[in-house]
Design a protein around this ligand. Sequence first.
Ligand code: NCD
Length: 306
Amino acid sequence: MRHLMSPLDFSVEELDQLLDLASDIEKHPEKYAHACDGKKLATLFYEPSTRTRLSFEAAMMNLGGNIFGFSSAESSSAAKGESVSDTIRMISCYADICAMRHPKEGAPMVASAVSSIPVINAGDGGHQHPTQTLTDLLTIRSLKGRLDNLTIGLCGDLKFGRTVHSLVRALARYKNITFIFISPEELKIPSYIKEDVLEAQGIPYQESERIEDVMPDLDILYMTRVQQERFFNEADYIRLKDFYILNNKKMKLAKEDMIVMHPLPRVNEISVEVDKDPRAAYFRQVQYGVYVRMALILTLLEVNLC
Ligand code: NCD
């Protein structure tokens, strides 16, 4: 039985197969409409989420399966003091697979150690968000036609943003990727990612505080929200939250075929005027998220359609 804790749990070849399956689902959804008849997905969300939880639920429903779960710690037995390990032992008796989001780094890993059903990490604190990464990889592969030979700018809260931490690890495995990290001093990418992931493998990266300086070089601009809930000090959040606002003026500096991605939710970091630019890919990214989660559920449940 397999779980998904980090995007690196899949080899590059396995990821290719998963993304191929997601693309086939996009083209022939009817083929998969009953692939999970009678199966149940539990969504265990100890932290708020709209997109990820509903994306998992839509994915399972598109496969003909059923869903149940909770959407906040307050509405689960965690409020009575139940441990994650006990909850997952109990859920294992009800469901065939589960997706867990938790504010504490490593909680889904603790659950996977005692679970008798596949556990998917749907975001653990500031650590990792592997299914967002699968979504991002499918979006990049579908819209740019490749996962190598790319210059990607990651902009915003690179310190706390788990989507960035997961995506950098995943893209670092492809050839000729250059990372440009765009952030204020206080929200720089953690040094363990620079040292252990990039420098250790000789992968080039630059750091910049100004988006305008690097815009013309980018194939992809990955914008992120400043992660308010992970700040200790409200004044710091208020000072940093509007540090970057992508608008049409800045988009003029970019290549004609650059794409703008964002894991969403957006706060102020992308002005709504950019939504009409054909290079804005963030809502298409949401749709790719459903296809890739369908592919993931099929893969972890080992459902093979002949
Ligand atoms: C992201 C997350 O939860 O980390 N959202 C998502 O799952 N699409 C990004 C964010 O909350 O900023």
